[in-house]
Structure formats: structure tokens, C-alpha cells
Design a protein around this ligand. Structure first.
Ligand code: IFM
Length: 480
């Protein structure tokens, strides 16, 4: 067995976790009073998800929380990041709350605490109650107001036991993929709606964030999780390519960072999108609400992008990279082309480039030196197989996580204040439009039996958590 020469170590205070999201793992979509969400509707619409897969059963976590918490405990997790299903808690997205839904998460939180695992709660990970979509969805201001009310309710309910509150997961996906390219629920395709959704998601964050601050005060940690893009100019010496990168940075990153951390929308974003909208949906006082500041920024990182100015002279390339392939998902950036990058690639077709992780974290810490960072998602889908020895030897996933954690360590050495890392994902789950055809878990789900099987990456992660040092990739197959 070969060994990796130097095992990078992490501080004892570093938070080790794993992440999931409600619609991706819970199943039980019709049980105990849960209302329909936009993902139920989208998945039931022919042609929207691969093989028509839906989250109706998923990993059946709703019925298997005890088993799953036992796995988390065995892994040695410090924290578990999960999301609350809004339609389980408030079936129509406004008005009455559903006690059975509230109770489900109360039990989950209590059981996690009992197991010595900190609950890190995301209020919204894409499962919008369908009635709110019917009333206009995120492009409508009312959805932000309703989210503020729902946020207040969950903080009031669980605030005595939950310290870390994340309002939204990846509002980039909710807005640009949900309302721009339409590859995610609810599947609408309007650039103007996508930009209105951006603002109303930011506003919703602000309203729910206020509830966290007002109800819990100093004791709480307010967070927002963003899938920030590292979009590099193809030719850094070309002003056109640098401008293409600037446009993507504005749409993907600063459209969320600036209103929340600085209290404004970037001028260049408003100018780039002026032919689409005048941003009059931003009302007086809104930016004071969005400007919550954050106690920790959640960073989801998977891959990088390479962009250049598109001259409309050849067929446009929109290479993949965490959703970046969707041509209409970039309002006001028709003249930006996403180039195919060198491999290797994951099963999502995303390029593996851990240097992007370091670049992103170091860049953030330079722009926001006082802002603690948390990696709230990082991981990879690969075509896992169960070997004859009954194990899943997912060395590619181990290598991916190893290399990205090494990149996190490098960023920390360069001064980035990174407080923890959550692997995506604890278990295989419903990968949105790809259904069950992509597996991100360190625990395998057998979708016929719903059996949980530890992959080599899970054993390797447990060893990492035990030692706070990166074990050699090659050791994973021998760990048990
Ligand atoms: O599965 C998703 C998750 O829901 C949000 N971040 C990216 C993951 C992989 O695509």
C-alpha cells in the first residue's frame, strides 16, 4: 500500500459534518399533512426529470431517522446540515402550520443533540410550497414575505436547540435555474423573472435573518449558503474575456453577496441587465432588510468555469459546471461563452479543480476579512459499483474530497478563516433533474431495499474525523 507523504491536519475546533436536503432524502411526500411542493409538481411533469424520477420515496429518511442518526454518530460527525421542508411545516406556504411536520423536525433535532451532533438547519433548500408558486413564486414579492413568516415560526420553535441558522441554500439555483433556464422546478423560463427572484430570495433571507437576530440575539449564528462561482477568463490578458468573467461574477456571486453583506446591488449588474429589467422590484428599505451581515458564510464548491467573450460567429459552447451549462441561466450575459475545461470530470460532467476552492476562499477572505467561512457542501458524484467483496471502493470520491480538503487547508494557511467542512452528501439521494442517476453519498442507498451501505469514502471520512488529519487516499479500501 502506498501512502500519501504528508497528512494535512486541521485544528481540533474544526467542525466536521455531512449535509443533506429535505426533498432529496425524506420521501413521505404525502404523509402527516405535508403539502405539495414545486418539486413534486415538476417531477410529475413528463420530460422534466430523468426517467421521471421524483422524491416520493428518495432515501426514505422520514421513516429511518434513527438508523441515519446512528450512522452519523458512528461516523463521528460534529454537525449535521439538513433542511426543513417548508410544505411539511406549513403545507400551503401561508396560514396554518402543521403540527406533525413541526414535530418531525423537533424529534430529529432532539435525537441529534442526544447523539452529540449539532443540528445545522437550512430553512429552504428548494421545496417551495406549490400554492406559493401558483401565486407567482419567487418572482413575486409576496413569497419573500411568506418566507419571512415561516422563518420566524421555525426560529421560535427550534431556536432553543438550534444555534446555526441558514436561511437559503444556493439562491442562484432557485432563481436562475428555476425561473431562467427552467431546468429546475418550477421550470419557468424568463430572464426578468429570474432577476426578480434573485431580489426576492435576498429579501426573504433578510426577513428570516431578522427573525433569527430578534428572537435569538447574540447566541445564534446567522448564515446563508451560496454556490459561488470561480469563473476564470480564458485569456487573462484579454479585456473582453476579463469582462465576461466580471459579468458572471456579478450575476452569480455579487448579486447575493453585496445586498446581504454590503447593502447594495452592484452597479455593473444593474447595467448589464438593464435591457431585461429596471429592478423596480427593489423597493425603498429593501436593501436595509437584505443587509443582515452574516455570522458565517456557507460556501458550496464543486468545480470551476472558464469563460470568454462570445462573438456570435460559431455555435456557442455552454460547458457544464454546477448548472452553468444552461444557456438562458445568465440574464444579460448572452455574449459570454462557457468553455470546456480540462478533466478529470465527475459523473455530473463537472471538472475537478481544487485550486478553485483555494482561490475562492482566499478571495472571499480578502474581500470580507472579518467573515468566517464554512464549506457547507463539497463532494462528487461517481458511478459507484458494489464489488464482489460487498464494498463500494469509491476511490475517486475519496481522492476528490482529499484534494479539496487539502485545498481548504491551503486557503487556511493563506489566512482564510474556514471553520468547518460538510461533505455532500451523507447519503445517495435524489439529484434533482438527474433523479437517482447520480450518486453523491458517502453512504450508498440501495434504492430497491433502501439498505444503507458504507462506501470506502465513509470509512475514510470517519478516520479523518477521528484524527483531524487527512488519511492517505489509498488507505480507504483497508479501513473498516
Ligand atoms: O444535490 C445538490 C444540492 O442539493 C445543492 N448543491 C449541489 C448538490 C449537487 O448537485
Amino acid at each position: 500500500m502506498t501512502t500519501t507523504p504528508s497528512a494535512r491536519t486541521f485544528p481540533a475546533s474544526f467542525v466536521w459534518g455531512a449535509a443533506t436536503a429535505s426533498y432529496q432524502i425524506e420521501g413521505a411526500v404525502d404523509e402527516d399533512g405535508r403539502g405539495p411542493s414545486i418539486w413534486d409538481t415538476f417531477a410529475a411533469t413528463p420530460g422534466k426529470t430523468l426517467d421521471g424520477h421524483s422524491g416520493a420515496v428518495a432515501a426514505d429518511h422520514y421513516h429511518r431517522t434513527a438508523e441515519d442518526i446512528a450512522i452519523m454518530k458512528d461516523l463521528g460527525l460534529d454537525a449535521y446540515r439538513f433542511s426543513l421542508a417548508w410544505p411539511r411545516i406549513q403545507p400551503t406556504g401561508s396560514g396554518a402550520f402543521n403540527q406533525a411536520g413541526l414535530d418531525f423536525y423537533a424529534r430529529l433535532i432532539d435525537d441529534l443533540l442526544e447523539a452529540g451532533i449539532d443540528p445545522v438547519v437550512t430553512m429552504y433548500h428548494w421545496d417551495l410550497p406549490q400554492p406559493l408558486e401558483d401565486a407567482g413564486g419567487w418572482p413575486a414579492r409576496d413569497t419573500a414575505l411568506r418566507f419571512g413568516e415561516y422563518g420566524r415560526k421555525v426560529v421560535e420553535t427550534y431556536g432553543d436547540r438550534v444555534k446555526v441558522w441558514t436561511t437559503l441554500n444556493e439562491p442562484w439555483c432557485s432563481s436562475y435555474l428555476g425561473y431562467g433556464s427552467g431546468v429546475h422546478a418550477p421550470g419557468r423560463t424568463s430572464d426578468a423573472d429570474a432577476l426578480a427572484a434573485v431580489h426576492h430570495l435576498n429579501l426573504g433571507h433578510g426577513l428570516a435573518g431578522r427573525a433569527v437576530r430578534e428572537i435569538l440575539g447574540e447566541g445564534a449564528t446567522l448564515s446563508l449558503t451560496l454556490n459561488l462561482h470561480v469563473a476564470r477568463p480564458d485569456d487573462p490578458t484579454s479585456a473582453e474575456d476579463r469582462d465576461a468573467a466580471r459579468k458572471i461574477d456579478a450575476l452569480a456571486n455579487r448579486a447575493f453577496l453585496n445586498p446581504v453583506l454590503d447593502g447594495y446591488y452592484p452597479e455593473d449588474l444593474l447595467a448589464d441587465t438593464s435591457a431585461i429589467t429596471d429592478w423596480s422590484f427593489v423597493q425603498d428599505g429593501d436593501l436595509e432588510i437584505t443587509h443582515t451581515g452574516l455570522d458565517v458564510l456557507g460556501v458550496n464548491f464543486y468545480s470551476t468555469q472558464r469563460v470568454r467573450r462570445y462573438t456570435f460567429e460559431h455555435e456557442k459552447t455552454m460547458a457544464d459546471g454546477h448548472g452553468a451549462s444552461a444557456a438562458t441561466a445568465w440574464p444579460g450575459a448572452d455574449d459570454v461563452e462557457f468553455l470546456v475545461q480540462p478533466g478529470p470530470y465527475t459523473a455530473m460532467g463537472w471538472n475537478i479543480d481544487p485550486s478553485g476552492m483555494t482561490e475562492l476562499l482566499v478571495g472571499l477572505s480578502k474581500t470580507y476579512p472579518e467573515l468566517p467561512l464554512m464549506i457547507t457542501e463539497n463532494g462528487a458524484a461517481f458511478d459507484d459499483v458494489v464489488s464482489e467483496d460487498g464494498r463500494v471502493h469509491d476511490v475517486d470520491r475519496v481522492s476528490y474530497v482529499h484534494r479539496h480538503l487539502d485545498a481548504v487547508g491551503e486557503a487556511m494557511e493563506a489566512g482564510a478563516d474556514v471553520r468547518g467542512y460538510f461533505v455532500w452528501s451523507l447519503m445517495d439521494n435524489y439529484e434533482w433533474a438527474y433523479g437517482y442517476h447520480r450518486r453523491f453519498g458517502i453512504i450508498r442507498i440501495d434504492y430497491d431495499t433502501l439498505e444503507r451501505i458504507w462506501k470506502d469514502s465513509a470509512y475514510w471520512y470517519r478516520e479523518l474525523l477521528r484524527t483531524d488529519a487527512l488519511p492517505p487516499v489509498e488507505s480507504a479500501a483497508d479501513l473498516a
